[in-house]
Design a protein around this ligand. Sequence first.
Ligand code: F6P
Length: 524
Amino acid sequence: MIHDVLKQLEPLDQLPQWEQFKQAVLAAKIDCKQTVILEAAGLKVDLSAQRRSDALSQAVSDLLEVRQLDKLRQALFDGEHLNSTEDRAAWHTMLRQPQPLIEVQSERLRVLEFVRRVDNDRRWRNIVHIGIGGSDWGVRLATQAFGYAGSWRQIRFVSNIDGHAIEGGLAGLDPHDTLVVVATKSFRTAETMANAARACEWFEAAGVNAGNNTIAVTANPEAAAAWGIPRHNIYRFWDWVGGRFSLWSAVGVAAGLTVGSGVLAGLQSGAHAMDRHFLNAPIEENAPIQLALAELANRSVLGYGSRNLAVYDSRLSYLIPYLQQLEMESLGKSVDHQGRDIKVATGPVVWGMPGTDAQHTFFQWLHQSSEGAPVDFIVCQKADHQWQQHHKQLLAHCLAQRQALLHGKSTAQAETENRHKGMDSAQAQWLAHHRKQPGGRASNLIVLPQLTPFSLGALLAMYEHKVFVEALVWGLNPFDQWGVELGKVLADDIFAILNGSAAGDAKHTELDCSTQYWINQFKA
Ligand code: F6P
């Protein structure tokens, strides 16, 4: 049983291999004299600005061996129940197999056939995609990445429970020419159900049969049918697909309708190519593994609390929340498979903004603050627009920021420059202290040849597998999210109190006095 293997993993801080890894990280240097560029499914991953040494390479392979990388990675691809707390598989790799399970293939074909049919009929000029978290970010990302030049259908996204979201999402649309896609794995999420109900009312108020203009994508088709979605309008996926891994399933249908079903196929094949790389490439050449180890060094040994995402492509701004969910919902844990506290720092905060806007927002902090953060620079070698000078400038900014973080500027260098500008000695010395930059700040440079569905699919899968390897070393379950669940339960309780229900009132006294105070204020 794979659960037994997981439960037998020793606490990380007690492993001699972890101690060996720690010591090797501390002794290693960022050696900019030699490039380290890995090739993975068409992506280039430059790790030259991370610490390395022969001792570190040896420590890494010992650490991964004791953490049973080979066995657990194979278990992931075999659909074994690695999600121990929910006793299910995390089998997203199956969704992008060229020859998947029959049920996966048949649902894939149903989606493609649906898109083909409604495209042929030029049906629905507007799509309103209702979903949240993993049922939202990936679809937004794909439509933004490949719909930047426009599409004959417009798409709007409604995720938040804030009534302004659904109001804005429906405003000005013709209900006769609008398809609502309700994407929710559980078919229970409060935000999605409330927004879907509003959309239904909107259809009915216009005399449109909501059932004809609504499709559901869910792992709970019974609930969708009970809710009123006609069975032929329900597309399904399975409980072995985690919410944040569901872009590869029918959840992507709205992207297919907006930017073409070729995008869905391209994403899947890029992700599959990365799956093959992750499975087969040796440790030293394996991009997800090396990215994971760089983060383990930066987070758990060197103590960096966050990693910045500097995405030098404005079409990829949704990559940031997509990866925030993938990484922080997966790695924001601090107990191991046995339930013991993990005594090293685990998943970092992931944050960012597209470059070059980021440079004018928070890059100062990356350059000169006392802490800083490792950065993932992500850029496309080739642009899809005609303004080559813009693209060269973009590339120049990306490389320049990385260079500045890596090399910094010494006080002596700054002082010499100041003197050359004609400053007197006291002024030159004083200003040099403000201009010095420590340098030696770690980063990864990830280069996509061009933004295609294939390259984006490969990029997303690379991060998924990076997360998997980190979880394996920390010994935590990256596939559950119990913390989020508690918030959902409490929100239900407080909602009931605000509505004055008897069940809600019974819960009132269990809340802290400040929450009680504000509930009373809001009720009044
Ligand atoms: O944010 C918590 C979460 O459970 C995510 O894991 C999931 O992607 C999201 O809620 C939406 O859930 P569902 O697809 O079931 O509506």
